[in-house]
Design a protein around this ligand. Structure first.
Ligand SMILES: [Zn+2]
Ligand SMILES: [Zn+2]
Length: 314
């Protein structure tokens, strides 16, 4: 992405200026997203030493649409999960929804790194594989409400997966760049939470090399991966062509924000056109701050491609 990248806190502050009605929700998540960001960058510095890495890339598997972690098991995750749990659990436990389960959750994460760290590995693979059955089994053992464990584990494990993804770049390029053509994540297989159109590219060494921007990228909330995708195609059902995707946007200044929805499967995805913004936002913070469009989508009987805690239709 281009320079002028915002931190989660900067993106949330900008959005609160535009949509003060969301301030209390965004302020509640600001410390959590910031702690995730800090944990991910700290883990990036040591992820290779800790033995955590993505499995070797086989281009033919990527070409066939096999995500990197499909059929793979990450091991040795306990130290990194402990690092994230120590930083995130106290913040998550202060949310009203989790307060009643704070003790069970802290017991659960205390057990995660006992012994050979098997619980931790199972947890990371369950989050990375979006495996709700595995999460429910883990929750039952400690008497934690499964949906709350899923919510908490997503935040705690997120930085571990983000560090894996960032550390897998070679010379600034993602391993899947130019190969991956699917609407789901090349790393974990989840459907995206938000898409973005890139800014104009200016090559300072050659004034004639100016790209128009507007290339479409999808972003994964689970592992943090981004990948390019065909602009006129639905990431969920794959249908493509003119008239497949329609748009919903706020009247007035939209800051490049809109919802793209598929006329075929009725799935929708928030989208931001970075050519209409000065700064490159933190995408998870932005997705949270676009709840107003999730509400519009829900009223239109559309369903989010990737259900999250802020977009589940009532
Ligand atoms: Zn992913
Ligand atoms: Zn579709």
């Amino acid at each position: 992405m281009a320079e002028k990248r915002q931190s989660a806190a900067q993106t949330l502050k900008e959005i609160m200026g535009w949509r003060p009605a969301f301030a209390s929700v965004l302020q509640a998540f600001e410390p959590i997203l910031s702690a995730q960001e800090e944990a991910a960058s700290a883990l990036c510095a040591c992820a290779k030493d800790s033995g955590l890495s993505l499995p070797p890339v086989q281009n033919n598997r990527l070409e066939q649409g096999v995500s990197l972690l499909m059929g793979e098991s990450l091991t040795g995750t306990a130290p990194t999960v402990q690092y994230c749990a120590d930083r995130l659990l106290p913040l998550l436990s202060s949310l009203d929804a989790l307060a009643a389960q704070a003790t069970s959750l802290s017991t659960f994460f205390a057990h995660c790194h006992e012994g050979d760290g098997q619980i931790s590995d199972t947890l990371v693979n369950a989050v990375a594989g979006n495996d709700e059955d595995a999460l429910s089994s883990l929750a039952r053992v400690e008497g934690v409400e499964p949906s709350l464990l899923g919510f908490t584990a997503g935040f705690v494990v997120g930085p571990v997966l983000h560090a894996l993804v960032v550390n897998s770049f070679v010379d600034g390029a993602a391993l899947w760049e130019g190969i991956w053509r699917q609407g789901y994540c090349p790393v974990c297989g989840a459907l995206p939470t938000i898409s973005w159109l890139d800014k104009r590219v200016v090559d300072e060494k050659n004034a004639f090399l100016v790209g128009g921007g507007g290339k479409k990228h999808l972003h994964c909330f689970v592992c943090g991966a981004d990948w390019t995708f065909r602009r006129g195609a639905c990431p969920a059902c794959g249908k493509e062509g003119s008239g497949v995707l329609e748009f919903l946007r706020e009247s007035g200044t939209s800051h490049g924000e809109r919802v793209e929805w598929c006329t075929s499967c009725k799935g929708y995805l928030p989208n931001v056109d970075l050519r209409e913004r000065e700064f490159v936002p933190h995408l998870d913070a932005l997705a949270l701050g676009m709840m107003h469009l999730d509400m519009v989508a829900a009223r239109n009987k559309l369903r989010p491609l990737h259900p999250t805690f802020w977009n589940i239709p009532s």
